[in-house]
Design a protein around this ligand. Structure first.
Ligand SMILES: Cc1cc2nc3c(=O)[nH]c(=O)nc-3n(C[C@H](O)[C@H](O)[C@H](O)COP(=O)(O)OP(=O)(O)OC[C@H]3O[C@@H](n4cnc5c(N)ncnc54)[C@H](O)[C@@H]3O)c2cc1C
Length: 557
């Protein structure tokens, strides 16, 4: 943004110190075409078919075309991509990508990418940081977004931060579900802020499960462990994926690519195994085993050292000698704030990029390693669009002050309220109903039950109890605000899932098991009604060159 126009001043607001954003925990890598045997066309096609044709093809084309340039830009800013012996950028295989095209920095790719971006931002004086400031509201006046209201967590001070344009890059909302790889800060804040300001949330029914999380903590065991040769076995030690249709071109999956089938199909196969009584059962539910022992200590330590570290620290097992217990866990949300290809939302001055946004390139199922690259491509597009908008709109309109006062009153009333409901109770009941009603498989019955439950929880939320009245790092207050965001977003997930009477990618309806392109080759748009409920509308998917086909996977030589 600053490079687009050096006269601009920019505020970076984050509820945690920026290096603690969830991106830091991404392990596997970031996809972009770089090898001579690869082509832009192949990356585009893999992304479209992986998305089960729910993505906008113009957005996917822009994404794939601009990805290599942005990845190289990151290298020039200092990102230490792994290298082949001949010095060129190294790539690794990733699920659903028919050719190896995932760049990586050991198994700490997100850490290195975030560090590179953060250290580069430090060069620019006009960037002012608001670290540990929590945004509670968007300021919308005269039909455009003109800033935010935020609480400084260290002091409890409530303050407006004005901006002629605002970019949301607040990440996903995995914490709406009980088992997730997502950090505690991923509560859908930005989605709810935009939704409350009248901006629709797009494709919220599409939630990605990752097939290999640790059962209790949900900590991710990266797909790289399967890319390196790890296998999934059931309670009898049987490699069960061979019994399932993973979309590979053969009647039975090819042994080599079996564990690298798409994440939705692998997670669905787990549920089927569980139904057949072939999973193991532990304190935290059902699980299967990921076996990497045959790779040997040397490969485990050089290619996936973090996997060994996580297993030792959090499960007290050594994957060199023991199998790793895993289960599907919520990993990523394909839907988000509705934006166009230039990252603009329908609300003037409001832009969104990253997991909070839905452009959309991920459709019904994101391919692993496309998301980190998406941050770069659409982050850059958002920066350029926001800079242009800011130049064209000088000054702020009257009326903002009264909105800030309103927000101060709302927060002070909340802080001093004498409610009866416990935040932890509402949160765990929300978790339960989201997993049972809107999990890997859904139906009208389960979704309707969850819908009722979420309405009940929203009503109880209005009577939530605040015990901590302090102004300094009041984490009780922030968890209450986050719960409010999550309940709003949960409502959009359920309503969008209820209306989509078909099965596509990560959205599997047991009562509508087939994909239905005639009726549902459209994005859902969930709007907030005055009574807090969601109204769902549709917008046709953009097809440029690739008509809907069958999702077929398999490694290209
Ligand atoms: C464990 C894990 C591993 C992954 N591995 C990969 C991978 O290998 N490859 C890949 O492509 N993708 C991967 N993903 C997905 C990818 O990492 C994420 O989608 C991506 O990093 C999200 O980045 P983001 O910038 O949108 O949000 P985040 O990195 O989550 O950042 C959100 C920011 O918004 C701020 N914020 C949020 N709410 C507020 C508020 N109310 N007020 C102020 N600030 C706020 C936060 O403080 C934070 O700074 C992984 C995800 C996880 C969870």
């Amino acid at each position: 943004m600053f490079e687009s126009d050096p006269t601009l001043t920019i505020a970076v607001v984050s509820k945690v110190y920026p290096m603690r954003s969830h991106t830091v925990s991404a392990e596997g890598g970031a996809a972009a075409v770089i090898k001579p045997n690869d082509s832009l066309e192949d990356h585009i096609y893999d992304t479209i078919s992986g998305a089960d044709w729910m993505c906008d093809q113009d957005a996917v084309e822009a994404f794939v075309n601009e990805a290599p340039k942005e990845m190289l830009q990151l290298e020039h800013w200092g990102c230490p991509w792994n290298r082949e012996e001949d010095g060129t950028v190294a790539v690794r295989p990733f699920g659903g990508m028919k050719i190896q095209r995932t760049w990586y920095a050991a198994d700490k790719t997100g850490f290195h990418m975030l560090h590179t971006l953060f250290q580069t931002s430090l060069k620019y004086d006009p960037i002012e940081r608001f670290d540990e400031w929590f945004v509670t509201r968007l300021l919308v006046e005269d039909g455009r977004c003109q800033g935010v209201v935020a609480v400084e967590l260290a002091t409890g001070r409530i303050q407006p931060i004005l901006g002629r344009s605002v970019i949301l890059s607040t990440g996903g909302c995995g914490k709406i579900f009980p088992f997730t790889t997502n950090a505690n800060i991923k509560n859908g804040d930005g989605m709810a802020l935009a939704y409350r300001a009248g901006v629709p949330l797009k494709d919220m029914e599409f939630i990605q499960y990752h097939p290999t999380g640790l059962p209790f903590t949900g900590i991710l065991i990266t797909e790289a462990s399967r890319a390196e040769g790890g296998i999934l076995v059931n309670k009898d030690g049987y490699r069960y994926l061979q019994d399932y249709d993973l979309g590979t071109p053969h009647p039975k999956p090819v042994l080599r690519s079996m564990e690298l089938g798409p994440r939705d199909r692998l997670s669905q196969a787990f549920v089927k195994e569980q139904e057949k009584g072939r999973t193991l059962e532990g304190e935290y539910g059902h699980y299967v085993h990921l076996d990497v022992r045959h790779l040997g200590e040397k490969i485990i330590d050089s290619r996936i050292p973090f996997v060994r570290e996580l297993c030792l620290k959090y499960e007290n097992i050594d994957p060199v000698k023991e199998m790793i217990p895993v289960r599907p866990v919520i990993h990523y949300v394909m839907g988000g704030v509705h934006t166009d290809i230039d990252s603009a939302t329908p609300l003037g001055g409001l832009f969104a990029a990253g997991e909070v946004a839905c452009v959309s390139i991920n459709g019904a199922n994101r391919l692993g390693s496309n998301s980190l690259t998406e941050l770069l491509v659409f982050g850059a597009r958002a920066g350029r669009s926001a800079a242009e908008f800011a130049k064209a709109h000088q000054g702020f309109t009257n009326g903002i002050e009264s909105q800030v006062l309103d927000e101060e009153n709302r927060l002070n009333t909340l802080l001093n309220s004498d409610g009866t409901e416990k935040v932890a109770d509402i949160r765990s009941e929300m978790h339960e109903t989201m997993e049972s009603g809107a999990g890997i498989y859904r139906s009208r019955d389960t979704l309707e039950q969850s819908s009722q439950k979420i309405r009940e929880l929203q009503e109880r939320y209005s009577r939530v109890k605040v015990e901590d009245r302090s102004m300094t790092f009041n984490t009780e207050l922030t968890s209450i605000l986050e719960l409010g965001y999550m309940l709003d977003v949960a409502e959009t997930i359920i309503q969008s899932a209820l209306q989509r009477e078909e099965s596509r990618g990560s959205h599997q309806r047991t009562d509508f098991p087939e994909r239905d392109d005639d009726q549902f080759l459209s994005h859902s748009l969930a709007y907030r009604e005055d009574d807090g409920s969601s109204r769902v509308d549709y917008l046709p998917v953009k097809i440029t060159k690739w008509p809907p086909g069958e999702r077929v996977y398999g490694e290209k030589k």
